[in-house]
Design a protein around this ligand. Structure first.
Ligand SMILES: [Zn+2]
Ligand SMILES: [Zn+2]
Length: 303
């Protein structure tokens, strides 16, 4: 495995929480981690956070005082495993001038303000997000429409098949792209042509492969897919690397390593996402292109 330091203009991904539904804990859950969904994406220096599960607290500890003044959190949807880290995000507790902007696309254009306000309030939670030092902003959009930010950055989105809906995101930078497809249940037939077009030729797809095909008959309709369906979608859409995500909390390290080996036999660039694992994709748009020692994929740091 090649270890290298990413350039400051790379597209970088770091997993802070890879479990779905609830946390996992215990000596058999060390390698793949315990926290629920949170992924840090850097487009060069620009920070985006995908989902605010319990992994957000670890990312907040890492960012600390060095967090940007404006932080953008893209919420796939508002199920508890994707938002419960919000009030524990240290940068929201440190600076009054900081703005935390949330983006939500599965509520027909409505923002997350009202549902988050209902959850983070007594008697369910002791303080409201509005009482924290940082200022929270709530932006709503319709999944399928791109999000355009005040610095001109654009992120494409796609509505996913999940109870109540969820939003998939595609982040692109300097000729590289990463797709975040969680939470989603595969459709019949599969791959879904619209989703395949959305993730086409991505350098990395992060995909809800919570279960295996063998388990799926027991959890049909729960809103989640399988690692085999992630491989099928990747192959149909020319996705270069696949990170299986939203890992079932009952799958321990031994299970996931065995499933990963089985998966890599059919797609060598697929892997089970590990908490704190990071990847970097160097620019490929012609300017200062850097050779990548592994096919389209460099693991910068697996610490
Ligand atoms: Zn979930
Ligand atoms: Zn969900």
């Amino acid at each position: 495995m090649v270890r290298r330091v990413a350039s400051s203009d790379a597209l970088q991904v770091r997993f802070w929480g890879t479990r779905g539904s609830t946390c996992a804990s215990g000596p058999q859950f060390v390698e793949f981690g315990s926290h629920t969904p949170c992924v840090e994406v850097r487009c060069g220096e620009r920070l985006f956070i995908l989902d605010a599960g319990t992994g957000l607290s670890s990312l907040g500890m890492e960012l600390g005082q060095n967090a940007p003044d404006k932080i953008d959190i893209l919420l796939s949807h508002l199920h508890l495993d994707h938002i419960s880290g919000l009030p524990f995000f240290k940068p929201a507790l440190l600076a009054k001038e900081r703005v935390i902007r949330t983006y939500c696309g599965h509520l027909e254009g409505e923002s997350a303000m009202e549902p988050l306000g209902r959850l983070f309030a007594p008697p369910l939670f002791p303080v409201r997000l509005g009482q924290l030092p940082a200022r929270f902003e709530y932006h709503g959009f319709r999944a399928g429409e791109p999000i355009t930010f005040d610095d001109g950055t654009r992120i494409d989105t796609h509505l996913l098949n999940h109870p109540g809906g969820a939003t998939g995101f595609r982040l692109s930078h300097r000729g590289r792209s990463v797709c975040y497809i969680s939470d989603v249940e595969h459709s019949d037939p599969w791959p879904d042509p619209g989703l395949a077009a959305f993730v086409r030729d991505a350098d990395l797809m992060i995909f809800d492969g919570m279960f295996s095909d063998a388990e799926y008959s027991y959890c049909r309709g729960w809103g989640h897919s399988t690692w085999q369906k992630g491989v099928e979608l990747s192959k149909a859409a020319g996705v270069k690397a696949l990170a299986i995500f939203h890992l079932y909390p009952g799958h321990d390290d031994a299970y996931l390593k065995a499933a990963e080996a089985e998966m890599q036999a059919v797609m060598p660039t697929a892997f089970m996402a590990r908490e704190r694992q990071s990847l970097a994709f160097e620019p490929s748009d012609g300017e200062a292109a850097v050779e990548c020692p592994e096919p389209a994929l460099a693991r910068a740091n697996e610490g």
